[in-house]
Ligand binder design. Structure first.
Ligand code: IMP
Ligand code: MG
Length: 173
């Protein structure tokens, strides 16, 4: 089965925006050392790209959660597949996600991380689909707000494919 992918955000557009976010985070956290928490797998591309444009010291960690399986709709259940390697107490953490859709994943993660006594918790997402929100979450850094379409690229997949696309595309089934 093959899908058609229509470009929504070009490679240059995405790169420019990630650069601006990196610069903003560098200013906001001046004198601090933010701890970037990448939500695998989708957040990996964005976090690595973002970190390149952060000019202050950062540390990184990874967490893997599953909520979607191979479907394009949220199951609403969130399972920790891989927890963090390092404790987060006393750290200024920034959760880095690929996309916020229903908000279920992030609202669960924010509660979880807050219970571990960090100094602060902020959220950074490459994409936001506000029309799909079911659970309210406050997002500090947003790359792009996009319409209610299923997108791939820059870490986002459709059935595990297309994460490597250097642009954001809409899947046309
Ligand atoms: P939420 O819990 O509904 O906010 O789900 C967020 C997760 O769903 C993201 O981290 C993605 O893995 C996945 N997801 C939501 N929308 C899309 C999409 O358009 N393309 C690819 N994955 C998506
Ligand atoms: Mg994800």
């Amino acid at each position: 089965m093959s899908e058609k992918i229509r470009v929504l955000l070009s490679q240059d557009t995405v790169t420019e925006r990630i650069k601006a976010l990196g610069e903003q985070i560098s200013r906001d956290y001046a004198g601090k050392q933010p701890h970037l928490i990448c939500i695998l797998k989708g957040g990996a591309y964005f976090m690595i790209e973002l970190a390149k444009y952060i000019t202050i010291p950062v540390t990184i960690d990874f967490m893997s959660v599953s909520s979607y399986g191979n479907a394009t709709v949220s199951s609403g259940r969130i399972k920790i597949v891989k927890d963090l390697d390092e404790p987060v107490d006393g750290k200024d953490i920034i959760i880095v996600e690929d996309i916020i859709d229903s908000g279920k994943t992030l609202s669960y993660l924010v509660k979880l991380f807050e219970s571990r006594q960090p100094d602060s918790v902020k959220l950074c997402t490459l994409l936001d689909k506000p029309d799909r929100r079911e659970v309210e979450v406050f997002v500090d850094y947003i790359g792009f707000q996009i319409p209610d379409e299923f997108v791939v690229g820059c870490g986002l997949d459709y059935m595990q494919k297309y994460r490597n696309l250097p642009y954001i595309g809409i899947v046309e089934l």
